[in-house]
Design a binder for this molecule. Sequence first.
Ligand code: MG
Length: 301
Amino acid sequence: MSLSDKIEKAHIPEQRPLAIFSDFDGTIFLQDTGHVLFDKFGCGPERRAELDESIFTGERTFKGASELLWGSLKDVTLEQGFKQLEKDLTMDPGFTEFLKYVQRHHIPFSVISAGIRPLLRVALDESIGKEKSAEINIVSNDAIIAADGSKWTPLWRHPDSDLGHDKSVSLQEFKDATEEVNPIIIFIGDGVSDLPAAKHSDVLFARRGLKLEQYCQTNKIPYIPYDDFNDIRRELRKYVKGNRHHDLKYGASDDTELVRSAASSMETSPSASPGLKPLTNLKMTKTEKELDKLDGLKLDK
Ligand SMILES: [Mg+2]
């Protein structure tokens, strides 16, 4: 082992593969896909605020309120819904570069969301292109949407949970499936629906100034604050550099492949997505210096 390898390894206490799970609404996109639709085609912003409030007061469960919200959508087809999202959604300014970095380093990236899959998938397809989108797993609820737009019915991932989708249950499933390689779980979120997942992550990113950060502060849970995905990418490099599963100076790793396939099999409806491409020879021909430069683009403050 060269001296520089030794120095690098000293900065990486654990040589474990990485797996990233990210919330969608308010995290990858700054708005909430459901809210956009409820406000425009459903119950409207005032009723939505009332229903949101009823979750906080405990009058209704998240699932109960969400059923009323999705049920309020009438006369809007999936296609019309997409069109509105295209107009109203803003992607986090650092997400595209972040995703390039993550995909270049073969880190499985999954969306973990309380939303519904058809909307999340199309928002990704339209904003980053179908090819890149196909490499992202979506772990969420699903929905049946009448072709004429007359009825939207959520299909809950965890019908017995008050949350509809309990992110902590999904992360536990993933941990069980990958137990033998024990990946470092990185979680990125912003809000209330992320709270149950926080305890399952090894590294937690919370958007600055929002509910998840407040919760971490109140409960003394270690977290890294971020303003946008550029901050996360900067931080992520510390876990990638010198890590034999992700640093490109090493070749493909079987452990990474196991983590990728476990994450991929969690997609709500695998048939709807081409899924992850199998790994081929990952070793790149670029020198490490060139790769650092590539990764370092717009990174240095
Ligand atoms: Mg959120």
